[in-house]
Design a protein around this ligand. Structure first.
Ligand code: SAH
Ligand code: MG
Length: 929
């Protein structure tokens, strides 16, 4: 692996992490062109960079986004006076010489003692000693403190990145050759041969303050044996002693020179590291003989600590201590922070594809990685950042995103490259809406994004090529990043539940998995998760939400709510609405009347229908209306998840067995923001579109003097409900739907209205609600006067929509059938208006894909008319087209409507009233039978 100098962006990333925010702006640049021809333009990029306390913008523009970002980063580095570590030697020999010189520089050059280098912190505590221990530090301290030493070791042997023992052996051998440096023969101490001058010592001691009081620091012991649980240990740091000595004592190691130190774990700024005993002391002589041959992979008679290795991405042997103690450039004294079980389990959780999402939402137990990305309703870290941090924490290279421009016309407009572009972007000409020319004029550019994940050895692990297109480049990246995260999430869930090898197929749904590379790379995860997962009675020991998932069907049928409190406010969460809840999750002990609060959240917002919370929680929330509260109980979450969630009583909870407790959720719905579709329908049309649809239906009912009506896909009964408020000729109204939840709401509100009406002695129609699929024929609804099917077909797959069309016209045979569905061509108008209404900072310029996540399709006028006309001809109906919302001129109505009319019978119809055809389940009836 060639060691390239870190890029300006990489240097900034080390310092600022996600706080460095790059905003790339696309600028169309005139390229001149031929007279008489349209002017030629191209895209160039300018980049603004925001850092805490500093903002810069590139003065010029760049052809590639990547270059614009690097230029902005360089400007920031110059302003901050940060010198990127350049001139890294490219050959192992050069690196070796530099390592020798560097170690010598640390110990022999007295000027170094006046620097703020953290190694001086280690030195100064030993300079307070007396006798020959003065200035004697463990070699691991050098490895822990100096990035450059680590980089040099990696150039000498790339394996050093993953192996603290190899780093130690390299430092040991380099130090032996460093002039003026004393190296012990049987220990890993390092020291200057000559004593330091008093002035130099004085300077060092002035800058690095003494520890005034003893400090107790909590740390976690991560046992090598997987069956032993990690536990808290307390390290007492005393005045004037080197902290690694105490860690050595905890690890039962002779002295701190035999303690090895991992890289930092977790956030870039953290000092959390794993400390462990150097395996096999006789190694000292081995280490000195031959630098590169000293370390063999399997021949160390000491066990690899799998958990610790998994956490750090380095090879860790034996029991290890996870502690946050060390000298840094930021402080002039020893930096200490407690590491408790919660920290440990959060580090573990952070390694999962959805772990950082949960933590960024401050909701480990309730939040799940949503299945859909939408810029306006996504909360927490965005998918792209999540995927990047997942790769970083798994120590994989950054994911590679390649965006391509997709055009519906045969000519490809151009191609855009993402900041990580490495290859010629593909030119794709497919588009879902190829049969519609107007759309393409409105929106010539759609984007797709490919993602590639590489192994540490830069071998390809996984490729994803997007199925869907997005109207913005950034959305394409987010969408694809989310798909990849979900893929990984499913893989990790498998690790957590299955004991045998997880099943992985090479090619599934736009994914290509390079099996051999993949299995090699994730072997460690497999051994960590596979070992303790499964039906362990002490709850599985790997983090994962697996046990909180129960098949959807099962939950829909089982009412888990204990009881609902508060009056029904009539405002309730529906599919696609943004719902804000407060909740607490507690662990209840079955026999000791004891309750542990695990997690609570006063304001947690999520979109219904995107799997953003567990099925149980969502099923609870959708049964409530605003201001109502309910409780439900569930299986306790996996042990690791509990311990990641709680900050207190982790000691008690780590001992609890799964059988002795259950999880109790208490939930209140605070606020509901209707789905974008509904918001747009309400905000942009007066009266609201749904009302216009009702009025449209009422006109036809009265025209026809209809007495019977069936609403196919009645949902929560909005049409049936409003019909009660109009005076019509109707005597019987029927609703059919497959959603129990919708039907239950419909029953509630119809019941309320009809009870009031009956008091006022008005005509009482009869009303019935059936649970059933409208693609099935039920003879009880044969030959009604009017059938309605409003905004339903787009929620079904296209073949199901056609099946419904055929069944309704061939079997149900209503005199009139009204079918409405969104007009796709109208979307750009909705989108533009939404932009003005809601001041969202970064709004779509093109049409959103669909108006609602649940829509399986949205048709243009031509598509809808083609569908309806074909059906009408086939079943001897006439059809007319109309709509609501807008004037009906280009590009048509917002909601398009087909009105089918049964042709005059030319022969007697056979009534299909057959008692066997009654698949619908009667759910509610008025008046009560
Ligand atoms: N017509 C209602 C609801 C529209 S939402 C209104 O205008 O407000 C779409 C509805 O179609 C949902 O309630 C969904 O449950 C229902 N649906 C989808 N597929 C169905 C099927 N195969 N059979 C019955 N209902 C279905
Ligand atoms: Mg809809």
């Amino acid at each position: 692996m060639p060691a390239a100098a870190p890029t300006p962006k990489a240097v900034l990333h080390q310092r600022f992490g996600a706080k460095a925010r790059y905003t790339v702006e696309e600028v169309r640049e005139d390229m001149g062109g031929c007279p008489g021809l349209a002017p030629q333009t191209r895209s160039v990029y300018r980049c603004a960079l925001d850092l805490p306390g500093l903002s810069v913008t590139t003065p010029g523009t760049f052809l590639r986004k990547k270059d614009a970002e690097q230029a902005a980063a360089q400007i920031a580095l110059d302003k901050l006076g940060i010198q990127p570590a350049t001139n890294i030697p490219s050959t192992p020999e050069e690196a070796w010489d530099e390592l020798i010189a560097r170690i010598s520089g640390f110990l022999v050059d007295e000027n170094f003692l006046s620097s703020s280098h953290p190694l001086v912190g280690h030195l100064s505590v030993t300079l307070r000693r007396t006798g020959d221990l003065i200035g004697r530090i463990p070699m691991s301290a050098v490895a822990a403190c100096d990035m450059k030493v680590n980089t040099l070791c990696k150039v000498i042997d790339p394996k050093a990145e993953f192996d603290p023992l190899l780093i130690l052996s390299l430092i040991y051998n380099a130090a032996k050759q460093s002039p003026g440096v004393f190296v012990s023969d049987n220990n890993f101490w390092i020291q200057s041969q000559k004593p330091y001058s008093l002035e130099a010592v004085d300077l060092a001691l002035k800058r690095w303050s003494d520890m005034s009081d003893p400090i107790e620091v909590e740390a976690i012991l991560v046992p090598c044996v997987l069956e032993d649980e990690p536990k808290t240990v307390r390290i007492n740091l005393q005045h004037n002693e080197h902290y690694m000595g105490y860690i050595a004592a905890k690890l039962s190691v002779i002295d701190s020179s035999h303690v090895l130190v991992s890289r930092t774990i977790g956030k870039a700024s953290s000092e959390i590291r794993l400390y462990f005993a150097a395996p096999n002391v006789q190694f000292v002589s081995d280490l000195s003989k031959n630098v590169l041959a000293c370390h063999g992979d399997g021949n160390i008679n000491c066990q690899v600590n799998k958990r610790a290795s998994y956490i750090s991405g380095q090879t860790i042997y034996g029991d290890a201590i996870l502690a946050n103690i060390g000298y840094t450039r930021r402080d002039s004294e020893l930096h200490t922070e407690d590491v408790n079980l919660c920290t440990y389990y959060r580090i573990l959780l952070g390694k999962l594809p959805d772990g950082n999402y949960k933590m960024s939402r401050d909701s480990i137990l309730a939040a799940e990685l949503p299945s859909v990305y939408s810029r306006s309703s996504w909360k927490g870290l965005c998918p792209r950042d999540l995927l990047c941090s997942f790769c970083r924490l798994q120590r994989l290279p950054e994911p590679h995103f390649a965006v391509s421009r997709v055009s519906a016309s045969c000519e490809v407009v151009g191609s855009a490259a993402s900041s990580e572009e490495r290859e010629v972007p593909l030119k794709t000409v497919e588009n879902q809406y190829t049969n519609d020319v107007r759309i393409n004029k409105e929106n010539p550019d759609m984007f797709k994004c490919k993602v590639k994940i590489y192994s540490r050895k830069q071998e390809i692990l996984l490729e994803y090529s997007a199925a869907d297109t997005s109207s913005k480049e950034s959305d394409a990246i987010q969408n694809s990043a989310l798909k990849v995260l979900i893929w990984f999430n499913n893989y990790f869930k498998q690790l957590n539940t299955k004991m045998d090898n997880p099943s992985l197929s090479e090619c599934t749904h736009h994914f290509k998995v390079h099996l051999n590379n993949f299995m090699q790379e994730f072997a460690m995860c497999f051994s960590v998760y596979g070992k303790t997962g499964g039906n362990d009675s002490r709850m599985c020991s790997a983090v994962g939400p697996s046990s909180m998932d129960t098949p959807k069907q099962q939950l829909e049928n089982s009412a888990t709510l204990t009881h609902i409190e508060g009056p029904d406010s009539g405002v309730f969460p529906t599919h696609g609405s943004l719902t804000c809840i407060s909740y607490t999750a507690s662990l209840v002990m079955k026999d000791e009347a004891k309750i542990y609060l695990l997690e609570s959240n006063n304001e947690f917002e999520f979109e219904i229908g995107t799997s953003a919370v567990s099925y149980q929680l969502e099923s609870c929330v959708t049964q409530l209306s605003v201001n109502q509260t309910a409780c439900f109980v569930a299986e306790p979450p996996p042990r690791d998840l509990i311990l990641a969630a709680v900050t207190e009583f982790s000691h008690d909870l780590s001992k609890i067995s799964r059988e002795s407790c259950f999880l109790e959720f208490s939930v209140k719905v605070l606020q509901v923001t209707e789905p974008l579709e509904d918001r747009m329908e309400k905000a942009l049309f007066s009266p609201p579109l749904s009302k216009q649809r009702v009025e449209f239906a009422v006109r036809h009912i009265n025209e026809l003097h209809a007495t019977t009506l069936v609403d196919f896909g009645c949902g929560s009964g909005s049409l049936l409900d409003s019909l009660l408020e109009h005076s019509t000729t109707l005597e019987k109204i029927v609703g059919v739907d497959i959603s129990r939840k919708g039907l239950t709401r419909a029953a509630k509100s119809l019941h309320q209205k009809l009870s009031k009406k009956s008091l006022m002695q008005t005509s009482v129609p009869s009303a019935v609600l059936y649970d059933g699929s409208i693609t099935d024929y039920d003879s009880r609804l044969y030959g009604v006067d009017i059938g309605t099917c409003l905004e339903v077909i787009e929620h079904m797959e296209e073949d199901q929509a056609s099946l419904f069309g055929n069944i309704v016209l061939s079997s149900f045979r209503p005199t009139v059938l009204i079918v409405s569905t969104p007009n796709y061509e109208y979307n750009p108008i909705l989108q533009r208006s939404a932009m003005h209404k809601e001041d969202e900072p970064e709004e779509n310029t093109g049409p959103c894909k669909f108006r609602n996540h649940d829509h399986k399709f949205e048709w243009t006028r031509a598509q809808f008319q083609c569908w309806a006309t074909e059906l009408a001809v086939k079943h001897n109906y006439g059809v007319e087209f109309c709509g609501v919302g807008g004037s009906g001129e280009e590009p048509g109505y917002a909601s398009q409507i087909a009105v089918f009319r049964k042709m005059k019978r030319d022969q007697e119809e056979i009534c299909l009233n057959n008692d066997h055809d009654q698949p619908y389940e009667l759910l509610w009836e008025w008046p009560n039978a």
